[in-house]
Write a protein that binds this ligand. Sequence first.
Ligand code: SF4
Length: 583
Amino acid sequence: MNALDTVATVAGDATVTAEQYSQLLAAVLRQATVGRIPASVDEVTVGQSDRLRAGEIKLCILLGASEGIFPGKTDAGDEIFKSSELEILREFGLDPCDNAELLASAELFGFYRAATTPSERLVGTFTGTAGGFDGKERPVKPSQGVERLIAMFPELIIEKYSDIPHAEQVWSRESALEAAIERRDTPDGAALRELLCTDLSFAAFITAAENPFDSRNERLSPELAAEIFRGDLSLTQSRLDSYVMCAFGFYCKYMLDLCEPAVAEFDSADTGNFTHRILERFMRAVMNEDGKINFDLTKKQRAELADTIISEYIEGAFGQSEERSPRTDSLFRRLRRTTLLVIENLIGEFSQSEFTPRYFELPIARGGAAEPLRIPLPAGGSAYIYGKIDRVDTYKRGGDVFLRVVDYKTGTKKFSVSDLTLGLNMQLLLYLFSLWHGGNKSNSIFKEDENILPAGMLYMSAGAQRVDAEPDENEEAVAARASDGLERTGILINDEELLRAMEKKLEKKYIPVWLKKDGALGSTLSLEDIAGFGKLMKNAEKTIAEIGGRMKHGEASAQPLCDNKRNACEFCSYGAVCRVRKI
Ligand code: SF4
């Protein structure tokens, strides 16, 4: 009743959810003490020593008679004030509770009263060691109550739990499970396992215990895997990346939904969202109805247009300026500078390019305007990779329409062709293939007479590198150098005419492609012909089919991908539960 009174006092008339009420009640009950008057003669009464009115009893068992537990530790003062603070309060005539010494005496008295209650037998239990948060066992002494008993009665028998005959250690299904696992190699253990396996709720524990705790190999049961991955697999590249980096981490994140509480801060994903949204809205705003960019705007007008879009975005997401912190505003000022730099770079690129932006934030989804590629899986069903393309540029040559898909990258992750063979960072290539092979068949984004062909995929850096200004360098020159740092990586078509349609003079200003002295094309990115793109597509399909097959078979091992470029464990949140990384 006292506990309920406390809840009423604390919560008042507040409306709370069932879960909040449960947490509140649990918090109050944790502080409550338990005591009950025996209702009949033959019974076992369990309670706290200072509350129990045991009366005439024959046997008393003192649980947890270890140092600091029973009698309890009192030198830390009460829950709110330390002993030293209580002393100060007392000097001012305030006495919120008894001092530590009195509390210690009360604790010892509780032990004395419990120990002297039984008329026939007293049993005390205490542990010799206890585990800390670091998992290490530490020695624990018996409490001073036990030490005093031993001093008074030197003939007292101290029995170790481990010396008790095994058969006597099993008194419940839970203790039988413990014994079955601990003594797995003995006839007793085998008999207990056999017995427990008849109970379905315990059989699962027995099976799990067969797998050593430090084993990296983990696999879902065929039934569970079939349940989770029934039919087709709908995947995103983030899920694929997660699975390739560590299957165990993938299950923790996407199947068990284990996640750290979200921290309310503007993180790298928010920075990416900001840049993507502003670039999308700006590019849409400067497109004429005929699908061409309006180059009549001056640099100043473009900056004003971008500022309007940025202000609308910030106010929509973060409120009016007076509601935002100076730190947030300073972050947005920095992002604005970078975004304006990217905008000017894009305007510069398209003013000399024959490729035109045709779609922005184009979703790749089944039933949508652009269908994902269907990749048949060996175990049945198909895999589909969903996502969104930041920008699709097109160039028409005769009846052929060449596509270039572009992704803005605000992070520092670099694209690498070798990642594709692992199944990482494939999304842009897959989206290109989706449009190439599904583009004008079942949907309407391309006309039926348009022969869709790949011209490339580009990751464009949308986060400016830091540049140091020379003492006499003007702002324009510094901005030009920063703009040069906005690199593009990816794979482009090995066709000079098409490359010149992207950058007329091939002087490495917008795409890293140039003409060598011998007239051949030079580039720091991969150049492929149409057949090469076809080969890349076949390889990508094979890689995804292999990953999808592993998923369908329930492969969930904690085998992190660690090579000279990455370490899956480095930023993984599941070190506390996996069997590999020691936290
Ligand atoms: S810490 Fe490493 S091994 Fe453990 S789940 Fe994460 S990536 Fe996998």
